[in-house]
Design a protein around this ligand. Structure first.
Ligand code: PMV
Length: 346
């Protein structure tokens, strides 16, 4: 690399929300606080090679995905850079070559925006340290705030373990503009929590999350939802400390079905679940009841089912997934993941 070139590289995880963020105010400010855990296997790896160039109104950006130049992704990335320019004016004196790859399969129906914008935000925050020759106190908080400007849920992907984004009275230091890690003592039953993602529908969703958030403006149940999310977040934090497994599954499943109920009652209304989404939910619930297994589910804004299990029953849940849930996935595809340790430079 030349003397005027700087390289930074970060790997950042995807995350799965247990209390969902759905609905936002201008500037990517969440309508309610959310809680998620970061995954271990599903990550985005991003490298930026930056070269000093004469100042221009917009930096020269090149974007490569899995080795191929992808100009079609640039508009989203340019929007992100427009949002961070006011606090990072030095960026306009750099040409950036951004290369990214995901560790999860193409067309899996898994949104990669959380891991992608977290990795990008971590890269530019480290680049800033190098360019300006400074050290940020609160490096991850700053990266979280920047990641949020790309995709709301990305704010939570700059940490490992459990994190909360959005102001909430029970989470010390919580903020509307960045996520914070949950450092409370988590009961041992919830350590090593696993997420098996059933790839029930690998098509692009018929209604994007951006459109879904927008439909919360004027939604008939919006105010009730935001109040309920705050209550659920308080309760979930108590459950995570006390180790109440039944209450845990009851709460996360209410959140998942509540998210989809909001979609089904918006104007226009829409359904992202597929018949096999419902079939998987029923099998999971029956097995929890009949076999007393610590297994439940959550859903993202799509048809895939996230099978959430506690490490005590990991092996039994693995065979349950293989025999009962795999047949519901076209091509028998699912991803085994678990709570992860968070982003790392590489
Ligand atoms: O970050 P966005 O704008 O893609 O929205 C994410 C919304 C959910 O994934 C459905 C919930 C969440 O909190 O992650």
């Amino acid at each position: 690399m030349g003397k005027n070139q700087i390289r930074v590289a970060w790997q950042a995880p995807s995350n799965i929300a247990l209390v969902k963020y759905w609905g936002k105010h201008p500037g990517q400010i969440p309508a309610n606080a959310s809680l998620s855990f970061s995954l271990d296997e599903c990550t985005t790896k991003t490298t930026i090679e930056a070269e000093k160039v004469p100042f221009s109104d917009f930096p020269r950006l090149q974007f490569f995905f899995e080795g191929k130049e992808k100009p079609e992704f640039l508009p989203k990335i340019e929007n992100f850079f427009r949002a961070v320019f006011p606090e990072m004016p030095w960026l306009k004196s750099y040409a950036l070559r951004i290369s990214s790859e995901n560790t999860f399969p193409h067309s899996s129906g898994i949104a990669s925006s959380a891991s992608a914008f977290a990795a990008l935000a971590l890269c530019i925050t480290e680049l800033e340290e190098k360019v300006l020759d400074i050290k940020h106190g609160g490096f991850f908080r700053i990266a979280s705030h920047r990641a949020r400007l790309g995709s709301g849920s990305a704010a939570r992907s700059v940490y490992g373990g459990i994190s909360v984004w959005g102001k909430h009275p029970m989470t010390v230091g919580s903020s509307q503009s960045f996520a914070v890690p949950v450092t409370d003592e988590i009961h041992e039953v919830f350590r090593g929590i696993t997420d098996t993602i059933l790839l029930i529908d690998r098509e692009t969703k018929s209604v994007s999350s951006t459109a879904g958030h927008a439909l919360m403006v004027g939604h008939p149940y919006a105010e009730m939802r935001f109040k309920r999310a705050a209550e659920n977040l308080a309760e979930l934090q108590t459950i995570l400390r006390s180790g109440e497994v039944d209450d845990f599954f009851s709460l996360i499943e209410e959140e998942a079905l509540g998210l989809h109920a909001l979609m089904m009652s918006s104007q226009p209304n829409y359904i992202l679940m597929r018949p096999n989404t419902v079939a998987a939910i029923e099998r999971i619930r029956n097995t929890r009841k009949e076999e007393n297994l610590a297994v439940g589910f959550t859903l993202d804004a799509g048809a895939n089912v996230h099978v959430i299990a506690l490490s005590a029953d990991e092996q039994k849940v693995k065979s349950f997934v293989e025999s009962e849930l795999k047949p519901l996935c076209p091509d028998g595809l699912y991803i085994c993941d678990r709570i992860g340790e968070g982003p790392k430079p590489f």
